[in-house]
Ligand binder design. Structure first.
Ligand SMILES: Nc1ncnc2c1ncn2[C@@H]1O[C@H](COP(=O)(O)OP(=O)(O)OP(=O)(O)O)[C@@H](O)[C@H]1O
Ligand SMILES: [Mg+2]
Length: 509
């Protein structure tokens, strides 16, 4: 609850425990076992910042943050809590200015990013590429940039990969080695992305992060609830999306140093997914962004089950801690508990580790940064209830709120302007035509050669036949000649025979 210029989070022995807005950019951690009250704590914090005029972003994993659009219900339980925390004089049930967003455009205004904005490093992460393949993807982006080809959606990236794959030898001298195997692996990664429904996420109009940093007409900060129920099912996509958002925010905001009131506060649920990174480079980038974004007036709050989910380098930067109950059944649990307890400045009134294990639902062990920027002594306190509805919103009301969203007018309809895909499609069809023409010319030349061969064979055949004919003619002539000579000599013989006969007959006579 925002009260007296402070974020009033809970009560320890009847004393208010507050987070100072000027220290909100020292980031924070809300941790605790499942069902111990992390989401409600996040809600109370988000409401308070909104009342202080600070825009808020929250990732909603279970759809249980939608209740912010309705005032809380005046139940007996709530009345008891109001009584317990002595809130009666200042309490009001109220709804909050809330904008819903959804990567898939189902439970909120669509959130999109272009492939260029996402960049090769984050894309490699979602596609699970090796360092070599990532290197090739960087080359693909460089070539696209150098040629002025826009990479907006996945179609653009697919076409660009084809272009680079087809002309790998030509690009090699300028950009380095591009193996067919790497291009193939990236293409398969793209297929996987498409299967996950990421096609809807990549494209235009892409999110202008300044649309999140707005106030309602009555000066309260907008609470941007990003529905991640579906996105969360693909942890890689979820983590990458959140990383992209942080880096967008970082690029967008100017350096401001420490402010009396933060410019924006971001809450990341299931934050362990963000740190479960295979790529060391990327992890270093997350740490860097978290460190540097503080001077841009942004507070980042991670929500996770155990502080051990967060790398030490990041953990060391989280000044505001709300630790709900932790269980300590296994040695690993106990180690986590000890680490969690050790991260607090001790309070002589109680044992921190013991307090963490014995907290009830809606209770926590808390330490915020004091005005000097030092962590306050740990307090065990009850967390105030939210002023808006504790559970999820009525579905009809929610659907109506989403449908009436002002932002919907800007983002609901996707735009597909001329980019790498369209421009390369022309090049590909020209190349295709040239290839077809070359193939046709080759076929024509082959046919011509065949015909020439046939003609030569026919000539050879005709010549052979002629020779045969001539040979036959010659033979015939020779036969005739010899026949003639035979006939002559036969004639002679016949004459002789006649003579002889004559003679003979003469003789006979
Ligand atoms: N500060 C509180 N005041 C009153 N009731 C609370 C408070 N915190 C938690 N509760 C009750 O406990 C329930 C569970 O809390 P919550 O959903 O915040 O747990 P969680 O730690 O986020 O769980 P999970 O890890 O499953 O997401 C709430 O629905 C609510 O009824
Ligand atoms: Mg929760």
């Amino acid at each position: 609850m925002y009260f007296d210029g402070k974020i009033w989070m809970g009560s320890a022995d009847g004393k208010p425990v507050c987070l100072l807005p000027s220290m909100a950019n020292r980031h924070g951690l809300i941790s605790g076992a499942t069902g111990t009250g992390k989401t409600i704590t996040l809600k109370v914090m988000a409401e308070s910042f909104s009342d202080a005029g600070v825009p808020v972003f929250v990732s909603d994993i279970k759809g249980d943050l939608t209740g912010m659009i309705s005032p809380g219900e005046d139940t007996e339980r709530m009345q008891k809590l109001i009584e317990k925390y002595r809130l009666k004089e200042v309490w009001s049930y109220k709804s909050y200015p809330t904008a819903f967003w959804d990567v898939f455009g189902e439970k909120g205004t669509p959130v999109r990013a272009t492939v260029s904005e996402m960049g090769p490093m984050l894309l490699s992460r979602i596609m699970g590429l090796t360092p070599v393949q990532e290197g090739v993807l960087h080359i693909v982006f460089n070539i696209a940039d150098d040629q002025g080809l826009l990479l907006l959606d996945l179609k653009d990236l697919r076409s660009m990969l084809r272009e680079v794959g087809d002309h790998a030898a030509e690009y090699k001298t300028r950009y380095g080695n591009i193996t067919a195997a790497s291009v193939g692996a990236i293409q398969r990664g793209l297929l996987k992305l498409e299967d996950q429904g990421a096609e809807e996420f990549f494209g235009e109009p892409s999110l202008d992060i300044s649309d999140w940093l707005v106030q309602s007409e009555d000066g309260r900060g907008m609470i941007n609830v990003m529905n991640c129920e579906r996105l969360f099912l693909q942890p890689e996509l979820y983590a990458t999306f959140l990383l992209w958002m942080l880096s967008e925010l970082y690029e967008y905001l100017p350096e401001v140093g420490d402010l009396a009131m933060p410019k924006a506060v971001f809450f990341f649920d299931e934050a362990h997914l963000l740190f479960n990174l295979k790529s060391k480079d990327l992890l270093a980038k997350v740490e860097q962004v978290v460190r540097l974004i503080r001077s841009k007036g942004v507070g980042v709050y991670f929500i996770t089950q155990s502080p051990t989910d967060v790398p030490n380098t990041v953990l060391a930067q989280l000044g505001n801690r709300i630790q709900h109950a932790l269980r300590a059944y296994t040695p690993a649990d106990q180690k986590g508990l000890r680490a969690a307890a050790a991260s607090f400045r001790t309070n002589p009134a109680f044992d921190t580790a013991e307090a963490i294990t014995s907290c009830g639902t809606g209770e926590a062990v808390v330490s915020f940064m004091d005005e000097k920027g030092a962590p306050s002594m740990v307090e065990r306190c009850g967390i105030l209830p939210p002023q808006s509805l504790m559970g999820p919103a009525d579905e009809v009301l929610l659907a109506g709120t989403i449908a009436m969203s002002e932002m919907g007018k800007k983002y609901n309809t996707p735009v597909d302007r001329e980019s790498a895909h369209e421009l390369l499609a022309e090049k590909f069809s020209a190349e295709e035509e040239a290839k077809e023409a070359a193939a046709a010319e080759k076929a024509r030349l082959k046919e011509e050669k065949e015909k020439e061969k046939e003609r030569a064979a026919a000539v050879r055949q005709a010549k052979a036949e002629l020779r045969e004919e001539q040979k036959k003619e010659k033979n015939k002539r020779e036969i005739e000649k010899s026949l003639r000579s035979i006939a002559t000599s036969a004639g002679r013989t016949a004459t002789n025979k006649l003579i002889r006969g004559l003679l003979g007959s003469l003789l006979k006579r």
